[in-house]
Ligand binder design. Sequence first.
Ligand code: C2E
Ligand code: MG
Ligand code: MG
Ligand code: MG
Length: 292
Amino acid sequence: RAKTLGKNRYTVFGDDMPAAGAQVSGPLAEIARAISNAEFVLHYQPIVNLQTGELNSAEALIRWQHPDRGLLPPAEFLPLIEGHPIAASLDNWVMDEALRQHQAWLAEGLDVAISVNVSSTKLQERDFVERLRAKLGAHPRVGAGRIKLEVLETSALNDIGHVSQTITECAALGVPFALDDFGTGYSSLLYLKQLPAKRIKIDQSFVRDMLVDSDDLAILEGVLGMAAAFKREVIAEGVESIEHARMLVQMGCLMGQGYGIARPMPPHQVKAWAAAWRLPDGLAGCRVLDRN
Ligand code: C2E
Ligand code: MG
Ligand code: MG
Ligand code: MG
């Protein structure tokens, strides 16, 4: 049965996971405990329109404020729970926290859409859409499109039909999907064709070296052409400098995210960042390739 952890604490194991608490041990138990102890935090990284400077959204990126080891990045703990139901529990916490944060920002007069990463374990839950609908229903002030989802293209690997249907149903709820780390899977083209995600995020590995590696530039060119043909929005990840941003705009890629714009930051810094952020001079007025 689900453990009741008190009013303000998060219940890790739902009724659908009977006795899960009794079975887990090691890193899984530690992470379950960390969820109950509210040791996870979300940092936010802006996604901006590189041509207008408009703040499109902020990606929620999880960190573990570990009592002994300090602030841990997701690479330190997500791989330990991959494929396990606890990954879905953690995703549930992330969604609740993102909804809470969005409403808290709204109350401060800041309307920032939040993009939430979803694990493949969570995505494959049969009642994924129903649970999402319930969570959104409990947060009536969150407008359509203000919560967005990101999935690795490879998340659909096992059941592309189900995932495709999930994406369509979420779109009807006003929740758009992005295919994350696009281009790194073995079947990116197949996923692009079969998954009706509104957005694709070009993996940072292609963007990082685009200025020095003509192969990466060619891949970027190809992805942008396909995205336009399939009418998907494109976001470049790993925009580390103004030079990257300028080149992306010239190539017709209008949205970007990366250290050159802002690093992920704790939520209390987002309002001040949004107020101070201006499109760098080297970008304003940059000519754009029209791909339509
Ligand atoms: P992602 O979704 O592709 O997120 C982008 C990652 O790239 C983040 O790493 C971000 O800090 C980093 N990044 C952003 N701009 C730059 C840049 O200009 N240069 C470089 N080198 N890196 C940049 P982070 O926060 O360590 O997250 C790693 C991955 O962990 C994420 O990749 C995502 O797949 C996963 N993840 C993060 N938060 C969550 C979450 O709440 N739930 C789930 N299921 N997965 C998450
Ligand atoms: Mg992501
Ligand atoms: Mg990514
Ligand atoms: Mg990634």
